[in-house]
Write a protein that binds this ligand. Structure first.
Ligand SMILES: Nc1ncnc2c1ncn2[C@@H]1O[C@H](COP(=O)(O)OP(=O)(O)OP(=O)(O)O)[C@@H](O)[C@H]1O
Ligand SMILES: [Mg+2]
Length: 134
């Protein structure tokens, strides 16, 4: 099966806006309602902003999913930055190494239907999040 995937490289703050826009367009095409479109674009913003802040550069890819007729959207955020050594810690509300709110990653987890982090210290980070059309 062919998987439709579109990616945006994250190198500056404008790229965060571009990734958001790409997510909104795909979500709209797949038939997500406006509230879920907003959830998806917020999640993409947080992931892209983290790439920009903590890794410098990376990319956001969006995949269309169709499993047994169920439509969905997968967001894959990847970077070759410093990585995350303690994944449980960064998933705690309020944990931040930059004086931020520490709401980004726990927020993404709540906004999406599934969420996983694959990272090790010094190995970069891949974050995978899926939302299904209801
Ligand atoms: N791509 C990444 N690479 C390395 N570390 C990351 C990455 N994304 C997040 N982190 C680490 O996880 C912590 C928590 O991220 P999270 O987005 O939840 O909060 P924040 O960015 O600190 O604040 P907020 O997003 O609320 O402004 C960050 O402070 C940072 O230390
Ligand atoms: Mg953040």
């Amino acid at each position: 099966m062919m998987t439709v995937q579109s990616c945006v490289k994250i190198r500056n703050e404008w790229d965060i806006v571009a990734a958001r826009q790409m997510g909104r367009n795909v979500a709209k095409d797949l038939g997500f309602g406006t509230v879920d479109q907003a959830r998806i674009t917020t999640a993409i913003s947080e992931l892209a902003r983290n790439i920009y802040l903590y890794a410098g550069t990376g990319q956001i890819c969006i995949e269309e999913m169709n499993e047994y007729g169920k439509m969905g959207l997968r967001v894959i955020a990847t970077d070759d930055g410093p990585g995350i050594s303690d994944i449980r810690q960064v998933m705690e509300d309020g944990f931040s190494t930059s004086g931020g709110l520490g709401a980004g990653l726990p927020g993404v987890k709540r906004l999406m239907d599934s969420f996983s982090i694959d990272s090790e210290s010094g190995q970069g980070t891949t974050i995978n999040a899926v939302k299904w059309v209801r």
